[in-house]
Design a protein around this ligand. Structure first.
Ligand code: SF4
Ligand code: SF4
Length: 216
C-alpha cells in the first residue's frame, strides 16, 4: 500500500494511505488522548471528543480519529486550542465519574489517569459541578464486575462483544445524562446470554469492567 509522509509535533512519520491520523500517531509512539478508539474498528465512533489536534492551514482543531493522513500534513498535538477542547471534554466526563482511585481495580493502569497526566488536568474537575449517577454495581457475572459509575460510555465493550462472538450482550440504553451501558431488558450481565469471554473487560479503559479476584 502507498505510504504517506507527514509530520506530527515536528517528527517525520509515514503511514499507509487511508490511515486515520489518530492511528498513525499512536502507531508511531505519539500519544493523543482517546477513549472510544479501537484499532480494528473500521469506522471511528468519534464520541469521546478527546483526540483534538491542530493541522497547519486549518482554522480550527479537528478530531484525529476522523482525519485521514495526507502527504505533507503538518500536525500539532500540543496546540493550545486543541488542548483546551480536550481538557473541557475531559472535565465534563469526569464530572459524572465516581472517582475513587485508591480502591479501584484500574488504579495505575487507567486510561483516565493517563489522559489527566497528558493534559495537565485534574481527575477531579474544578470547573464543573459534580453530577454523580450512583447506580448499583453489577457483580452477577462469575468472572467480572460492572460498575456503571466508572463507565465513560466509550462503547469499546459494546463493539468488542459484537465483533468477537456476535453475542451483542452489551448495549446502550437511554439518552443524555441517563445514558448507560446495560443488557437487553436491563438484565444483570450474569443472567444474560454472556459467554464469559471477557473481551469487554480487556478493552475497557477504566475500572468500569474489572475481573474479580483471581479471575483475570
Ligand atoms: S476508573 Fe480510573 S479514574 Fe476512575 S476511579 Fe478507577 S482508576 Fe480512578
Ligand atoms: S464499560 Fe468500559 S468499555 Fe464499556 S462503555 Fe463503559 S468505559 Fe467503555
Amino acid at each position: 500500500m502507498k505510504q504517506v509522509t507527514l509530520t506530527i509535533d515536528g517528527k517525520n512519520i509515514t503511514a499507509p494511505e487511508g490511515t486515520s491520523l489518530l492511528a498513525a500517531a499512536l502507531d508511531s509512539g505519539i500519544y493523543i488522548p482517546n477513549l472510544c478508539y479501537i484499532a480494528d474498528k473500521p469506522e471511528p465512533s468519534a464520541s469521546c471528543r478527546l483526540c483534538f489536534v491542530e493541522i497547519a492551514g486549518r482554522p480550527e482543531p479537528v478530531t484525529a480519529c476522523t482525519e485521514t493522513v495526507a502527504e505533507g500534513m503538518e500536525v500539532s498535538t500540543r496546540g493550545e486550542k486543541a488542548l483546551a477542547l480536550a481538557r473541557t471534554g475531559f472535565e465534563l466526563l469526569m464530572a459524572s465519574h465516581a472517582l475513587d482511585c485508591a480502591h479501584c481495580p484500574a488504579n495505575k493502569k487507567c486510561e483516565l489517569q493517563k489522559i489527566a497526566r497528558h493534559l495537565g488536568a485534574k481527575l477531579k474537575p474544578t470547573r464543573f459541578r459534580p453530577l454523580l449517577r450512583e447506580l448499583p454495581v453489577d457483580d452477577s457475572n462469575p468472572l467480572f464486575t460492572y460498575d456503571p459509575n466508572k463507565c465513560v460510555l466509550c462503547g469499546r465493550c459494546v463493539w468488542a462483544c459484537r465483533r468477537d462472538i456476535r453475542s451483542g450482550v452489551l448495549g446502550f440504553a437511554h439518552r443524555g445524562f441517563e445514558r448507560r451501558l446495560t443488557t437487553f431488558g436491563d438484565e444483570p450481565i450474569g443472567a444474560e446470554r454472556c459467554l464469559d469471554c471477557s473481551v469487554c473487560v480487556a478493552v475497557c479503559p477504566t475500572g468500569a469492567l474489572s475481573f474479580k479476584e483471581g479471575k483475570g
